[in-house]
Design a protein around this ligand. Structure first.
Ligand SMILES: C[S@@+](CC[C@H](N)C(=O)[O-])C[C@H]1O[C@@H](n2cnc3c(N)ncnc32)[C@H](O)[C@@H]1O
Length: 232
């Protein structure tokens, strides 16, 4: 899978992409994470990437004649046609089901906006889908892009490994429930003991306990996931 991120600030993302699970994804799971600097596509001697909004107003807008050539250039990097995702607080809200769909794709280009956003014509020309990571506004699309990359790559089978399968996690395959509480050493800490069943070695009982805990937690915290209503 090829994941390309178009950003004004590739250096903000390189450290993140080169550590932990994303590093493993690139080394073992055939994932290529490619950071493309929009600055290289800037226009004029100063490689300008943004300009004032027509009609006035605050902030700067990323130019379509910078972003479109950058996306088109990135598209040529891989023979499989790319799905283009535009990070935007106005986009479709990202959730685990959508991540699962995205994880099956071969080639994704993510465009990180900045300043006040991107000239509307860029997306009209290139096509693709706007993705929001939640109803709040960030200064740029770099973090949303990395959220996408992280959520997508961890679903590649080779990344977490069988023993850490994403299916067990919240919003996993088990019907979209939350995962229950988890514990590690020490067995007792500040007078709080780990639930005895987890120390029993009885796999069936442990599985049942975890399912019950996950269901209970989901009922309490996110009844909407079970088709109920959220109180308050
Ligand atoms: C300050 S925001 C632009 C907000 C835009 N003027 C608006 O009102 O919708 C700058 C960039 O940050 C990114 N961004 C901000 N919040 C986001 C969110 N919740 N989800 C995805 N991307 C976001 C987008 O790439 C956006 O172009």
């Amino acid at each position: 899978m090829v994941l390309q991120i178009l950003t004004l600030f590739p250096e903000m993302l390189s450290g993140f992409a080169d550590h932990s699970m994303l590093k493993r994804a690139q080394e073992r799971a055939g994932v290529e994470i490619r950071l493309v600097g929009l600055r290289s596509f800037g226009v004029g001697t100063h490689r300008t990437t943004d300009d004032y909004p027509f009609g006035g107003g605050p902030g700067m807008i990323l130019r379509a004649d910078v972003v479109v050539p950058a996306v088109e250039w990135a598209m040529m990097h891989h023979k499989v046609p790319a799905t283009v995702l535009w990070t935007s607080p106005q986009g479709r809200r990202l959730d685990q089901d959508w991540c699962r769909e995205l994880a099956r794709l071969e080639h994704i280009i993510i465009v990180a906006g900045h300043y006040e956003g991107i000239d509307e014509r860029a997306r009209e020309i290139v096509g693709g889908t706007e993705v929001s990571i939640g109803d709040y506004v960030l200064t740029g699309g770099e973090l949303p892009a990395m959220v996408l990359v992280d959520a997508i790559t961890r679903l590649q089978p080779e990344v977490l490994g069988a023993e850490n399968g994403a299916a067990e996690d919240s919003f996993g395959e088990a019907g979209g429930w939350l995962e229950g509480p988890q514990y590690t050493r020490p067995e007792a800490y500040r007078s709080r003991a780990v639930p005895a069943v987890l120390l029993s070695g009885h796999h069936q009982k442990i599985r049942e306990w975890r399912e019950a805990q996950g269901l209970e937690r989901t009922k309490r915290r996110r009844p909407d996931l079970l088709g109920g209503q959220i109180d308050g």
